[in-house]
Design a protein around this ligand. Structure first.
Ligand SMILES: Nc1nc2c(c(=O)[nH]1)N[C@H]1C(S)=C(S)[C@@H](COP(=O)(O)O)O[C@H]1N2
Ligand SMILES: [Mo]
Length: 234
């Protein structure tokens, strides 16, 4: 009961913020921008320092549904299945034996804070896709967290080279509160598209809304286009 209460409050607060933003957007000229989307220092040329409506934070706030699933490395599994030729269930050792990628990228939360230039280490979703071989029918993925969270991403965005399943951030193992042992990051999209405590990735032959997308958040979620809520897609 306690937990449910907390959960409802988190959703209520997010919906209030959404309403406030919608008011603000009515009074703001369109910020639609077709230039390439920034994801990190190398891609930020000609871009303003921060996406519109975002402020810079050095700290790293914790944002989730209020439940932090503590999965030991022994029990941890990553399942990748759906519209793929070769579904897999990876153990921690399997995952760590995959090619490891280091990258520096940005983290934009829809609640308006941005952390810039975060150093990460992890496995590219691209490399995991090469392992499972998506069928030609695959167009989207759904990511599932151990906390029951879900978020959907188009394959076009998901297979960009800086989309990582990270186990290390700021030079240290990813903490439980930030989604450790492994979370996803999708730097070119708002941070809710990156599932913490990632458990399963399902390749799909059609799009389907995840947790926040089902509650009015943008399906596409481009921070550099102020693309926060689905009502602003048109
Ligand atoms: N599994 C899971 N992943 C999640 C969330 C969540 O509630 N559960 N929240 C999302 C949101 S809204 C944001 S802004 C980021 C926050 O990540 P952080 O807590 O590490 O800052 O995680 C995203 N991924
Ligand atoms: Mo968020």
């Amino acid at each position: 009961m306690e937990a449910n209460n907390k959960f409802d409050k988190i959703i209520e607060a997010r919906m209030k913020l959404k309403a406030r933003f919608e008011e603000k957007m009515k009074a703001t000229p369109s910020v639609a921008d077709d230039r390439p989307l920034g994801t990190g220092p190398a891609n930020r040329h000609g871009m303003p320092k921060l996406p519109v409506g975002q402020y810079l934070t050095q700290k790293w706030p914790v944002l989730d549904l209020g439940y932090h699933p503590d999965v030991s490395l022994e029990r941890w599994r990553l399942t990748i299945r759906g519209e793929v030729e070769n579904p897999v269930i990876l153990t921690w050792d399997d995952f760590m034996a995959m090619p490891q990628t280091e990258d520096v990228s940005d983290f934009h939360c829809v609640t308006t804070w941005s952390r810039m230039d975060v150093p990460w280490v992890g496995v590219r979703l691209m490399d995991l896709a090469a392992l499972v071989q998506p069928k030609e029918t695959a167009t989207h993925i759904m990511c599932y967290g151990y906390d029951t969270y879900t978020t959907n991403i188009s394959l076009e965005e998901a297979l960009k080279p800086d989309v990582l399943l990270v186990h290390t951030a700021d030079g240290a193992p990813l903490s439980l509160e930030h989604g450790g042992p492994v979370r996803m990051i999708v730097p070119q999209l708002y941070a809710w598209k990156g599932s913490k405590w990632i458990k399963r990735i399902e390749f799909m032959s059609e799009d389907k809304p995840g947790f926040w997308e089902d509650r009015g958040y943008s399906n596409t979620a481009y921070p550099w286009r102020n693309d926060r809520y689905s009502d602003n897609d048109e």
